[in-house]
Design a protein around this ligand. Sequence first.
Ligand SMILES: [Ca+2]
Ligand SMILES: [Ca+2]
Ligand SMILES: [Ca+2]
Length: 791
Amino acid sequence: MRKTTRRRVAAIAVAGAMLAAAVAATTGPVQAAAPNIIVNGGFEDGLTSWFVNNGNATDGATLSPTTDAYGGSNAVLVTNRKTTGSGPMQDLSGKVQAGKTYAITARVKYENPNSPATKQFFATMHYGGGTYTNVGTVTVARGQWGLIQGTFTIPAGQSVSTARLFIETPWTSDPASAPDTHLMDFKVDDVSVAEFVPSTTIEALGKNPGEGNPLISHKFGADGNAFVHDGRVYIYMTNDTQEYKPGPTGVSSTNTYASINTITVISSDDLMNWVDHGEIPVAGSSGVARYASNSWAPAMESKVVDGKEKFFLYFANNGGGSGVIVGDSPVGPWHDERGSLLITGSTPGASNGKNWLFDPGVFIDDDGQGYLVFGGGGDDGTRSAENTNHPKSTRVIKLGDDMISTEGSAEVIDAPLVFEAGHLFKRDGKYYYSYSSNFGFGGAIDPNGPPTGAIAYLMADSPMGPWTPETYKGIIFKNPGTYFGAGGNNHQSVFQLDGQYYFTYHAQTLNSRITGGATQGFRSPHLAKLDFNADGTIKEVKGDYKGVEQIHNLAPYRVIEAETIAWQQGIATKKIDGGSEEFGAQAPNLVVHDIDNGDWTSLAKVDFGDDGASAVTAKVRPLATGGKIQVRLDGRTSPVVATIPVDAPLGEWTKLTAQLDGVTGVHDVYFTYAGPDGADLFEVDSWSFEAASSQGVDLAVTASSRCIGASTYVAVTAVNNGEVPATVELTTPFGSKTVADVAPGKQAYQSFNTRAGQIDAGTVTVKATATIDGKQVTSTYNADYAAASCR
Ligand SMILES: [Ca+2]
Ligand SMILES: [Ca+2]
Ligand SMILES: [Ca+2]
C-alpha cells in the first residue's frame, strides 16, 4: 500500500536565489493526500538517490548514513561542508512540472556545541544555471530535530529539465571565516515533496464556544432566507463555499459568485445547534433546473396544492431572472415542475430595461394568495439624484395558485435608495417590505432615506402596497461593516419561532477569522432578535457575535445526526448515500469527515435529566487504526467522561458504544477526536445517548467463547431479572440478535459462529428495552469473553 501524506504546511513566501525567505505566521490549509515524489526520503535505503549539491564548483561535502534517525532507523549525516549550499541533493527532473504547486517537508538537526543556539535551514530548488529558489525553511534549536516546511509553485515558464532539491544553510560569501556558524555538520531525514492539493476544510476557529454567530463555521452561506416548518427553522443560502478555493497560503481568490449553482441548507429547532442538510443541486447541467446557470439568494415557502403540501424554493439565476424548484419536504427531494425561469424580461411589468430580475422574496398571505418580490440594481448611468434615490428597480407580483406561475402585472416598488434583497412579511395586519439600499449611483444621496448598504423597510396595508416613498419607515440593520469591520453586501429575512421574531443577516466573519482580517467576499449566516415598537415600526438590530439565546435544550435520548453542530474546529461535512436516520429516508444524510487528531465538534445545552445518561453511541466509519472519540462536558479541554475506541473494521459503518456514569442535568457536550497524527481517522454519521433510569431493565449478562469443531463460537446469555417483559438485543463483533418479549425470569441466548479458528478476547453489548411504569426504559450491559483457539 502506498503511503500518502497529509499534513499542515506553513505558508512560505519564496524570495530570490539563496536569500532568506520570509515565513508568514498564518497556518496554511491542510493539504489533501498526494504521493511523495522523493525516492528514499527517509534514508532507509542508505544514500540511494542522494548526492551532494554540486551546483557550484566550490560546493563539496561528505554524505554518510547515520542511525540517529528522526523516523525509521537511518538518516543522512552531512560533514566536511565547503560552502553553505553543500547539502544532500536529489534529482527531480521529469518529476516536477512548471506551473504546479508542491509541498515540501524535511527533518533536520545539527549538534555542534560551538554553533549558534538556533540555526536556519532551507530546502532549495536548483533549476540549473544560477536559478536557486528557497522553497521551505525552519529555524531549529541546536540538538533538536526541526521541521522544514513550505509550499512552492514552479513558475509557468521555468525549465525543469534539471530540477534538483537540496538542503542547506543560509548563504554567505565567506563561510570558512566562521565554520561553526556556517558549515556545521547536520543530519536530514524524512524528506517529502508532494503535489500540493489544497483542502477546503476550514481550520480556523470560526465560531467561539458560547457564541451564536456565525451560525456555522465549517462552511459559508450567504443571503440566508429563513423558513419555519414544524417548529424548526430552515435557512436556505447562496452556497459561497463553491467559490472558496484556498491557495497554498490558505487565502482564497475573490468570490465572484459565477460558479454558484447549489443552495446550502441548515436547520435548527433551538437556534444554537445547527444541522447541515448539505447542498441542493439547483442549476447547471446536474441541477434540478437545468435551464438555469446560477442559484443565488434563495427564498422558501410551502403551500398545500391539490391536497399535498409542497415546498417552493425560489432562486436568482444571476441577475437575469428568477426560477423556482419544488420539494416534497423542506429538504427535498426536489423537482422541476415548470421547465423554465419564472421571472424574465418578458414577465409583465418586470423589466424597465436596466434593472436586475433577481433576489426573489416569497410571501403567502393568510388567504393563501402568494406574492413574489424581486429585482434590483437599476443604475441608468445618469449619475442623477433621482436615479440614485429612486431607481424603481424592484417589483412585487401575485403568484398563481400553483406558486410556479405569476398573475397579472408586476408593480413597481419605489423604495428609497433601493438596490437588492427584497423581502416581504406580515405582522399584526401590517405588511413589511425590507431591502438593501444601494452604495450610490453617482447622485447626491437623500439624507431622509437610508444610508448606503443598509437594510431599510417600508410598511403598508397590502402586500401590493402601493409601495411608495411615503411608506418608508427607516432602517433595520446598518451595513455589516459597521459591526464586523468587513462590509460588503447586505441581505436579510425575518421569521417567527416560539412567539419571537428573528432577523437573519450575513457577514464575512468566518472569512475574516480564516485570514486574520482580510476578506474575499465569503459570507456567513447570522441571527439577531427582532423587536417592534408599539406602532409596529421596527427597533434597529445591531450585529454581534453573541447572536441569540438557545431557545430550548437539546434532547439526547434519540438519534442525533453528527452533522448537528454548535461549535467545531477542523472538520468538514459531506453527503453520503441513503436517507437520514433523524430526518427520514427522503432527507439527505451527511457525515462529519476530515477528522484529524485534535479536531472536535459539540452540542450545546444537552439535557440529560435527573436520572442522567448511561451510554453514548456513535455511528462511525473507521479509516485508520488507533482513533478514539472522547466525550467531555462544558469545554473541549474538560475531563473526559467517556471514550469510544474506534476500533472496528476499516471502511465499514458500525455503531460503537461507551458507557457513561453520572452525567445528569444540562451540559454542552464536546466530542474531541484523537488518534495518530497525520491520519484521516474516521467519519461520524450520528450520535445517540441512552437514559439511565433508577428503574433500569434488570438483566444478568454473561458471555463466553468455545470451540465447536475447528470453529470458535461466542455465546451470550441475558437473563431478565426484572418484573416486566423486555426486548433484548445481543451484539457481538460477529453479529447481533434481537429477542422480543423476554418474560421475567426467562433468558435471551445466542451462540454466534465467528467463522474463525481463533479469536482474541472481546466484549459483547446487550441492550434491553422495557416499559416500566408507562415509560420506555433502555439499559445497556457489557460482558467480556476470553480468547479462544480451536485449531
Ligand atoms: Ca529515516
Ligand atoms: Ca480536519
Ligand atoms: Ca448523519
